[in-house]
Design a protein around this ligand. Structure first.
Ligand SMILES: Nc1ncnc2c1ncn2[C@@H]1O[C@H](COP(=O)(O)OP(=O)(O)O)[C@@H](O)[C@H]1O
Ligand SMILES: [Mg+2]
Length: 238
């Protein structure tokens, strides 16, 4: 079942078009990754989907529902989550308080409490340290908290901008393994990544973005084997 369908997406800043007519889809239970060089427009795709780019047009359907003109807050309520490239935790709040912030759009206090308990079961490290400041977590643990926080809204699709950036290899593996757990739970995952090899190994399908347009799309395994992808994005010389 298609959870996220994006058609002819365009987006940019102040008259400069960065994303130039992108089509992409994410199914329930699937991890899809957009790869591309620095500046290709990967982050702008996610911002354009999430109604954060000043210039945008196109079509965005979440579980069949047109959400293109919906505000980012309503998108969260509708079931689309977005974790930006730069850390977005609240360092001076505790882990529990950060999780509560993830549910500030829920008006049912009992449901919020249930969701926090459920998320803490999934991430034991967060439960153990729930009363500590988020700033005390390692970089990888902070990424887990960001992911956990989006789960409070029980999203259908989670978009992650460079979830592996700046993390030690072990934490990178843990973040990708977490993405897989969410997919197994039926969520659709859309990532953008510069860590091409590891991200594709963790994904089902991928899109190669160049200058704001999709150049290649295929199963992740096929992209890993694709000579153009290895030459341009995995540092392998042809
Ligand atoms: N807020 C902004 N204002 C103006 N230009 C921007 C802004 N953010 C990104 N850009 C430009 O858009 C292009 C694509 O950026 P981005 O989507 O961040 O690429 P990627 O995530 O693939 O590295 C770059 O040329 C960048 O300089
Ligand atoms: Mg980026």
């Amino acid at each position: 079942m298609t959870m996220l369908k994006v058609q002819n997406l365009k987006g940019g800043y102040g008259g400069r078009l960065i994303v130039d007519g992108v089509d992409l889809e994410v199914e329930a239970g699937e991890i899809v990754t957009v790869i591309g060089q620095n500046g290709a427009g990967k982050s702008t795709i996610l911002k354009s989907i999430f109604n954060l780019a000043p210039v945008r047009e196109g079509e965005v359907l979440l579980d069949g529902k047109d959400i293109f003109k919906v505000s980012p807050y309503r998108m969260l309520v509708t079931g689309l989550a977005y974790i930006p490239q730069h850390h977005s935790i609240f360092p001076k709040l505790t882990i529990t308080e950060n999780l509560r912030m993830g549910g500030y759009l829920l008006d049912d206090a009992k449901l919020l409490q249930e969701r926090i308990v459920k998320v803490c079961e999934m991430f034991p490290i967060l439960r153990e340290r729930r009363d500590e400041f988020a700033a005390s977590l390692s970089g990888g643990e902070q990424r887990m908290l960001e992911i956990a926080r989006t789960l409070i809204m029980d999203p259908k699709v989670v978009m992650l901008d460079e979830p592996s950036i700046g993390l030690a290899p072990k934490m990178v593996d843990l973040v990708f393994a977490t993405a897989r757990r969410l997919a197994e739970d039926g969520k659709g995952i859309l990532m953008v990544e510069q860590n091409v090899k590891k991200a594709l190994l963790a994904s089902d399908r991928g899109y190669v973005l160049e200058l704001g347009q999709v150049r290649i799309q295929d199963q992740a395994q096929a992209l890993i084997a694709d000579e153009r992808v290895s030459r341009l994005y995995m540092g392998v010389r042809g």
